[in-house]
Design a protein around this ligand. Structure first.
Ligand code: MG
Length: 383
């Protein structure tokens, strides 16, 4: 294995775990974090959570699980090329969506609206809450006790108010410091993954067409190139060949631009990365192309009436569940009832604790579990 760059995160400059543990035999601390994430309950649930299309809509669409695996694959490739910590990048990428509610962004928006008076709901913070608190797998502590740098990478953004509650981990949002390059990579690998797989899934679903995508400069250029090289190509193979080239172009652009920025800033340590401007980035040209692709997907796919019908239903399911559990916490499974009862000394805390326990329960649900739970609570004749 090539040696890590002097500004990479490594076990020697890691801030370690909140609860100290003896080192693992034969694994780095970040491999160990990745292993803990893969074995978590929240990770397995990603298989049945919506990315754009609800899980039961088709077997071949991305789910949060396959999305997370694609992010990890892209991020690892970039990290290796830049001599950054591949194990850390993999751990962050696999954990980055653990806090997502069922039904994707519609679910999160609905839950956030329900939680308006109780501190809100944000999937990014919920991912951190999942690994810090909600996973119950260890005898000695709640959560997975991950390394600081893995947790830092999971927490992409955060309001100043929340940052103050998070102590050391929240400091960078208050002091305007950057996270590690490994965390910065995961952020953009996430974008590369979803922009491209949403094009692929959108075409597969028939909600967007090749003709429409010809308006998007980056797609039009690559599809033309493929057609010129392979005049007989058509159907799914044409789409795969085009999307593959788009991903490759974006990854190579990111690596190149980041190399330039690193060369210019010349960070000599991990600490220098924290005080430098963001160093992992697309070139200006690629950034503009990515933007127009995003705008296209927003207008033509995410706001397609068939997608909106599903997200509308999803929103209703989430708010119905929230309302039912808030009105009658005795309907919650016992461990969530216990959490709901915590902090009952003051009336306001009692409501906040109850709401947070309900939000934790709902956020942990898979799409189909939420649909079934809704039926169990609201359909007469269901048990
Ligand atoms: Mg993601």
């Amino acid at each position: 294995m090539t040696e890590l760059a002097c500004y990479a995160v490594c076990v020697a400059n890691s801030r370690g775990r909140a609860i100290a543990e003896p080192p693992a035999a034969e694994r780095s601390e970040f491999q160990r974090d990745r292993d803990r994430i893969i074995h978590s309950t929240a990770f397995r649930r990603l298989e049945y959570k919506t990315q754009v299309f609800v899980n039961h809509e088709g077997d071949l669409f991305r789910t949060r699980l396959t999305h997370s695996i694609e992010v990890a694959q892209i991020a690892r490739g970039i990290a290796r090329a830049l001599r950054l910590n591949e194990d850390l990048v993999e751990a962050i990428a696999l954990a980055h969506d653990l806090g997502h509610t069922p039904f994707g962004h519609a679910g999160q928006d609905a839950l956030n609206a329900c939680m308006r008076n109780y501190g809100g709901f944000e999937h990014n913070l919920q991912s951190l809450r999942t690994v810090d608190l909600l996973e119950g797998r260890y005898a000695a502590f709640d959560g997975l006790n991950l390394c600081f740098e893995t947790r830092e990478g999971i927490l992409k953004h955060c309001s100043p108010e929340r940052a103050r509650e998070l102590g050391e981990l929240g400091l960078r949002f208050l002091e305007d410091r950057r996270p590690s390059l490994e965390a910065q990579i995961c952020n953009l690998a996430d974008e590369i993954a979803y922009n491209n797989h949403d094009v692929d899934d959108g075409l597969r679903s028939g909600l967007i067409t090749l003709e429409q995508l010809d308006q998007v400069d980056t797609f039009a250029r690559h599809v033309l190139e493929v057609r010129n090289e392979h005049p007989a190509i058509a159907g799914r193979r044409l789409i795969h060949e085009t999307v593959r080239r788009m991903i490759n172009a974006q990854v190579l652009d990111l690596i190149n631009e980041t190399r330039h920025r690193i060369a210019a800033a010349a960070p000599s340590s991990l600490e220098a990365v924290h005080t430098a401007p963001p160093l992992v980035a697309f070139s200006q040209g690629m950034h503009a192309q990515q933007r127009s692709l995003k705008v296209f997907l927003r207008d033509q796919l995410y706001r397609h009436y068939q997608v909106l019908r599903m997200t509308n239903k999803a929103r209703r399911i989430v708010s119905d569940l929230f309302g039912a559990f808030m009105a009658e916490p005795a309907l919650l499974p016992p461990q969530y009832q216990q959490m709901a009862l915590a902090g009952q000394s003051a009336e306001i805390f009692q409501h906040a604790a109850k709401a947070r326990a309900v939000a934790d329960y709902i956020a942990g649900m898979t799409d189909r579990y939420a649909i079934r739970e809704h039926r169990r609570l609201f359909a007469v004749g269901e048990i």
